[in-house]
Design a protein around this ligand. Structure first.
Ligand code: HBI
Ligand code: FE
Length: 289
C-alpha cells in the first residue's frame, strides 16, 4: 500500500505524527470476535507454512486468539525484545510519516478491524493485517533492524525521488516475502500470513514464479495490489536481506536509471529460478493492465 495518496494534514484527533489512541476499551465484542475468528483460522493454517521467527513472535507476544490485542500490552513485551513499538494510526499515512515512524522503530498499525463479510480480503490494512501480519516478525532482531533500515532508506529515497523502487522492495519482502529454510520454503510476508488463500497459493500452487531474491531485480518488478502476486521472491536468510538493505543505495539507484521494469509475471535469463510458474491464475484474471 502506498500511502502517498493520503492528504498531508493529519485527521482530527490524530497527532502531528498521525498517531491516535488505540482506544482498546471501545472495541465491541463483535470486533473482538472477528480477530479471534481470523486468528484461529490463520494459526491453524500457518503451522507448517510460516517461518520460525514469525511463529516464535506470535508466541512471544502472546497474540492468542481472545480478541484484539491491547497495543500497550504488546509494547511492554516488544520494546524489551527489539526496541520496537506499535502505534495506532487512523489508516494509511503519508510516505514521509510512514518512513519516519519505521526509522524510529514505531510500527504504524490501523486500529480498525474488518467486518465479518470482509474476512477474506480488504484493500486497506486493518489491525489484523498490521498486528497479526507485521508485528510478530518485529520480535526478530535481524528483521527488526531491516525494518528500521528500510525506514531510513525511505526517508532518503523520498529526497531522491526513488520511492517507487523502494516501495517494491517493501512489497516483495515485508508484504509478500518467502524464505528458504531446511524444512523448505516458508512465509515471512505480512500480506501473505494475514491472508488465508494466499498462504496456500504462494507455496502450493504451480501458478506463481518463485525466484531467488536479488535487490535490483526486485526493485525492477512491479507488484499487484488487487490479487495474489504472480512472482514471489525467496531470501536465503533474514541476515542476507538485512545485509542487502545496509548497502549504499546510491549506486543502486544509478544502475536502475538505465534498467527498464520487468513486466509482471515475466522472468529474465539472469533470474535465479526456484520454480517457473504456469501463470494460469493470472491468465484467467488479467486484472488492470
Ligand atoms: N506506505 N506511505 C505509506 N503509508 C502507509 O500507511 C503504509 C505504507 N506502506 C505499507 C503499509 N502502510 C502497510 O504495510 C501497513 O500494513 C503498515
Ligand atoms: Fe502491510
Amino acid at each position: 500500500m502506498d500511502g502517498s495518496h493520503t492528504s498531508s494534514a493529519p485527521p482530527p484527533g490524530a497527532g502531528a505524527d498521525w498517531t491516535i489512541d488505540q482506544g482498546w476499551n471501545s472495541y465491541s465484542p463483535a470486533e473482538h470476535e472477528v480477530w479471534t475468528t481470523l486468528y484461529e483460522r490463520q494459526t491453524a493454517l500457518l503451522k507448517d507454512r510460516a517461518c520460525e521467527p514469525f511463529l516464535k513472535g506470535l508466541e512471544a507476544l502472546d497474540l492468542h486468539g481472545d480478541g484484539i490485542p491491547d497495543f500497550r500490552r504488546i509494547n511492554a513485551e516488544l520494546i524489551g525484545l527489539t526496541g520496537w513499538q506499535v502505534v495506532a494510526v487512523p489508516g494509511l499515512v503519508p510516505d514521509a510519516v510512514f518512513f519516519e515512524h519505521l526509522a524510529n522503530r514505531r510500527f504504524p498499525a490501523g486500529r480498525f478491524i474488518r467486518t465479518r463479510d470482509q474476512l477474506d480480503y480488504l484493500q486497506e490494512p486493518d489491525v489484523f493485517h498490521d498486528v497479526f501480519g507485521h508485528v510478530p516478525m518485529l520480535t526478530d532482531p535481524v528483521f527488526a533492524d531491516y525494518m528500521a533500515a528500510y525506514g531510513r532508506g525511505g526517508m532518503r529515497a523520498l529526497s531522491k525521488g526513488h520511492l517507487a523502487h523502494l516501495a517494491r522492495l517493501y512489497w516483495h519482502t515485508v508484504e509478500f516475502g518467502l524464505m528458504r529454510t531446511d524444512a523448505g520454503l516458508r512465509i515471512y510476508g505480512a500480506g501473505i500470513v494475514s491472508s488465508r488463500a494466499e498462504s496456500v497459493f504462494c507455496l502450493d500452487e504451480a501458478s506463481p514464479h518463485r525466484l531467488g531474491f536479488d535487490l535490483i531485480r526486485v526493485m525492477r518488478t512491479p507488484y499487484r495490489i488487487d490479487d495474489f502476486q504472480p512472482t514471489y521472491f525467496v531470501i536465503p536468510s533474514l541476515e542476507e536481506l538485512l545485509a542487502a538493505s545496509l548497502q549504499d543505495f546510491g549506486p543502486i539507484y544509478e544502475a536502475l536509471e538505465g534498467l527498464a521494469d520487468i513486466p509482471i509475471g515475466e522472468t529474465v535469463p539472469a533470474d535465479q529460478v526456484l520454480h517457473i510458474g504456469t501463470q494460469t491464475h493470472h491468465h484467467e484474471r488479467p486484472g488492470p493492465q
